[in-house]
Design a protein around this ligand. Structure first.
Ligand code: AMP
Length: 399
């Protein structure tokens, strides 16, 4: 990358403000359900400490209304402390005199975790208070952004802040790893390159799908988007999730695939249900048939799983985002799980997965170690593939 790396900074005796993405899923009781994102930031954290720097970590957590204590970063500070086996101090806020004092008093090799950045509206809306980023910047000498999961957001702590660190705003190791894998996939993929895109809505994925058609040899579209495509083909789709105003986009995608000779895989059969529930009555039907009234499409069917799995075996690079059915319900998780297992078995291919839901499926199956790269950012990985750059990286100092 033409941007400054954490390795370009002289960290000894410096205070380093590092934006991490500790927006981890929480259990009902407030404990951490999955600490992947915390672990992913450890190489950069450890590097700063080893180089003799003092570390001030900042992150958001959820979408708090006011200063909701349920969305405190305290559990993350505790978990990080357990992982590193050193104390992690927790600030009572992310800006203000008490925080400034704690930052000032921080010694080399110590860590201070700031409270949830989104306790302030200006984090997500920098224009509401341009001084918020400046106040954060006052806490340290150097800035490192290692929060890949939020790098597609132009927020105070991910973008605006960098201008207060001229020639001192760098990316961390996680950011570097993510960009390397995604960059390889989009700029120089080993062919054949296949992409699987699932999820609920076509509207949030049109950009990335359109862009991928220029790069991939085959495109697999599953999940809720299927039904807008089936409707575009003139079928009736019962109660299935569907976006009326995206029918023309679905037609456009099918045409572009034809023009570019990209093989488009849509479900050949589907699992339909008489209600949106795990206990629903189900049927498997061909997608050449109409979906009966009062039924909705919930998952790809067994023939689709079989044919997609066979086709995917040819791939040398695969990018996957989004579940292929309503995988939260065990009875409709088969498509997502079986395709995840197929990808896990592709030992010769580069397999890259982005997006919380696809990752959750992989983690449930305990097959994460069989993938080349599990991206910590769903939206960020899609936007990087779509646009080729991200605001959180653009804002950093040039090398
Ligand atoms: P996204 O955030 O767009 O990747 O969407 C993820 C969501 O898509 C998950 O919560 C799935 O339950 C949902 N989804 C996948 N397939 C379907 C479907 N056939 N009908 C309704 N929702 C679906």
């Amino acid at each position: 990358m033409p941007k400054l790396s954490i390795k370009d900074l002289i960290l000894k005796d410096k205070k380093v403000l590092m934006r991490v993405d500790f927006n981890v899923p929480l259990n009902e009781d407030g404990s951490i359900a999955d600490d992947t994102r915390i672990k992913a930031a450890i190489p950069s954290i450890q590097y700063v400490l080893n180089q003799g720097g003092a570390l001030i970590l900042m992150s958001h957590m959820g979408k708090p209304k006011n200063k909701d204590p349920k969305l405190s970063l305290a559990p993350c500070a505790k978990r990080l402390s357990e992982l590193l086996k050193i104390p992690v101090l927790l600030a009572p806020d992310c800006i203000g005199p008490k925080v400034e004092k704690m930052a000032q008093d921080l010694n080399p090799r110590q860590i201070l975790m700031l409270e949830n950045l989104r306790y302030y509206e200006a984090e997500e809306k920098p224009e509401k208070d341009p001084s918020f980023a400046e106040k954060l910047s006052k806490l340290a000498d150097l800035y490192v952004n290692d929060a890949f999961g939020t790098a597609h957001r132009k927020h105070s702590s991910t973008a605006t802040i960098a201008k207060y660190f001229p020639n001192k705003a760098a990316f961390g190791f996680l950011m570097e790893k993510e960009i390397n894998f995604l960059g390889m996939a989009i700029q120089n993929p080993k062919k054949p390159f296949y992409a699987i895109i699932g999820g609920a809505k076509i509207s949030s994925k049109i950009g990335v799908i359109t862009n991928l058609i220029d790069k991939v040899d085959a495109l697999f579209i599953g999940g809720g988007m299927t039904y807008t495509f089936l409707k575009a083909k003139g079928l009736t789709i019962g109660e299935s999730i569907f976006e009326e105003d995206k029918i023309s986009d679905a037609k456009e995608i099918m045409k572009k695939c034809l023009d570019k000779k990209v093989k488009l895989f849509l479900a050949e059969d589907i699992v339909i249900a008489d209600q949106y529930s795990n206990e629903a009555k189900t049927k498997i039907i061909s997608t050449k048939e109409n979906i009966p009234d009062h039924f909705q499409g919930m998952d790809i069917g067994p023939l689709t799983i079989k044919n997609w799995s066979a086709a995917l075996k040819q791939a040398k690079t695969v990018f996957w985002n989004g579940p292929l059915g309503v995988f939260e319900f065990p009875n409709f998780s088969k498509g997502t799980n079986e395709i995840a297992k197929t990808l896990a078995d592709l030992t010769e291919a580069i397999t890259i997965v982005g997006g919380g839901d696809s990752l959750a499926a992989i983690n449930n199956l305990k097959i994460g170690n069989k993938f080349s790269h599990l991206s910590t950012g769903g939206g960020a990985s899609l936007e990087y593939i779509e646009f080729g750059h991200l605001p959180g990286i653009d804002a950093l100092s040039n090398k």
